[in-house]
Design a protein around this ligand. Structure first.
Ligand SMILES: *Cc1c(COP(=O)(O)O)cnc(C)c1O
Length: 420
């Protein structure tokens, strides 16, 4: 409360409408449980870096090679962010300018491929991402794309299929990485397949970069040509994208980001990236990341004990995908029932549902933000029970009201530091 007033009272004087909305949003964040797998809870320092005077500077180019004067401090800052990223992930080269994960992917594609070249990537409905050549994305119209998926029995990536498709289709790039895949990916296997057919390997670790940096799951960095990620998911930073690559691709990647895909970098977001990497390099970061995974496993176990089926039967990372088909509930109804008691989630397709079902039957749950708030396995058990109560008794207003009360209690016990 105090923090919010200190920093935002000026905004209140100048623009009460925006101030009021920002305050309401801070209140919402502090009074709900965020189980969106693609979000986290950034620290006050991350928010301050984003709002810092670095928001002002136009700085086209790279450190010591800018197209604007006055970039001395900006150069030092960007160099610091690059060095920290390289140390954190053991990478040969890092570009910290991409405005987002999608732009990082675009920049890699255009650094290594020409329009109409072939990409083999994971199907969106099986857990892939729009920017991996889906038809709705411009990446799908720039390149010829084929998708691999998961095996319907195991619901895990079918590496035999990836290998077969790679041999038939002869892609110039293979993309590994996903948005709603709860299992570890075998990067060595992908690298061997890519080598076999002479393709580049790009790994998009947007969701799991924090887990990788904290050694909670294996890293794709040494076996990949290119790795992209966002800083605002498990890495606990602000918004934005990053590219890591081998030194031999450094200059083509940098040119592809600027001037290829972007103009001026958002130096305030680069500042937040530096803070984010600095935090991740501290000794206790691996413990937080391992707790995120332990919490996801505990939440999944709590739901399984109450009769819910998890896609792949569990999780290795920060997320679980719950199949609601035998509960006679669609994902969209479940999402809004849970929101009504203060539990924020998102609906998701189940791989075996096929593409674009009218009502996706899955619910994707992630434990990043709750873990940052200090919750552990015990709380996950309690949240599984709250979710089950709300979903199975959603036509009992009194029960929902009681569940909402429990959510409020948890929020008070595990507060968001900067919420009101
Ligand atoms: C979240 C995500 C991105 C998206 O990044 P934006 O910052 O939203 O552009 C890219 N790839 C994958 C696999 C993601 O999960």
């Amino acid at each position: 409360m105090e923090w919010f007033e200190t920093f935002f009272s000026q905004l209140n004087q100048e623009d009460p409408a925006v101030y009021r909305l920002a305050r309401q949003e801070a209140h919402r964040l502090g009074h709900t449980l965020d189980l969106i797998a693609a979000e986290s809870l950034p620290s006050t320092s991350i928010l301050l870096a984003q709002g810092s005077p670095f928001a002002v500077k136009a700085a086209e180019g790279y450190p010591d090679a800018r197209f604007h004067a006055g970039c001395g401090y900006v150069d030092a800052l960007e160099t610091l962010a690059i060095d920290r990223a390289k140390t954190l992930f053991g990478a040969e080269h890092a570009n910290v300018q991409p405005h987002s994960g999608v732009l990082a992917n675009l920049a890699v594609y255009f650094s290594a491929l020409r329009p109409r070249d072939r990409i083999l990537s994971m199907k969106l409905s099986h857990g892939g991402h729009l920017s991996h050549g889906d038809r709705a994305s411009m990446t799908g119209s720039c390149f010829e794309v084929k998708h691999y998926g998961v095996n319907f029995e195991t619901e895990r990536i079918d590496y035999e299929e990836v290998e077969k498709l790679a041999r038939e289709f002869k892609p110039k790039m293979i993309v590994a990485g996903a948005s709603s895949y709860p299992r570890v990916i075998d990067y060595e296997r992908f690298a061997a397949i890519a080598r076999d057919v002479g393709a580049y390997l790009m790994v998009d670790m947007a969701h799991i970069a924090g887990l990788v940096s904290g050694h909670a799951i294996p890293s794709p960095v040494t076996v990949s040509d290119f790795v992209t990620f966002t800083t605002y998911k498990t890495l606990l930073g602000g918004r934005g994208g990053v590219i890591l690559c081998k030194q031999k691709y450094a200059s083509q990647v940098d040119k592809s980001v600027f001037p290829g895909c972007q103009g001026t970098p958002a130096i305030n977001m680069v500042a937040a990236k530096a803070v984010c990497f600095g935090r991740a390099l501290k000794g206790d970061f691996p413990r937080i990341q391992k707790q995120i995974c332990a919490n996801a496993a505990a939440l999944g176990k709590g739901l399984e004990e109450r009769g819910y089926r998890l896609v792949t039967g569990g999780t290795d990372n920060h997320l679980i995908l719950v199949d609601l088909r035998d509960k006679n509930l669609s994902g969209d109804v479940a999402e809004s029932v849970l929101e009504s008691v203060g539990i924020i989630t998102n609906r998701n397709v189940i791989p075996s549902q096929g593409e674009n079902p009218r009502h996706p039957s899955g619910l994707r749950l992630g434990t990043t933000a709750l873990t940052v708030r200090g919750m552990k396995e015990t709380e996950m058990g309690g949240i599984a029970e709250l979710i089950d109560t709300a979903l199975t008794r959603h036509d009992e207003p009194l029960t929902l009201k009681r569940a909402a009360g429990k959510v409020t209690e948890l929020c008070q016990e595990f507060p968001v530091p900067w919420a009101v």
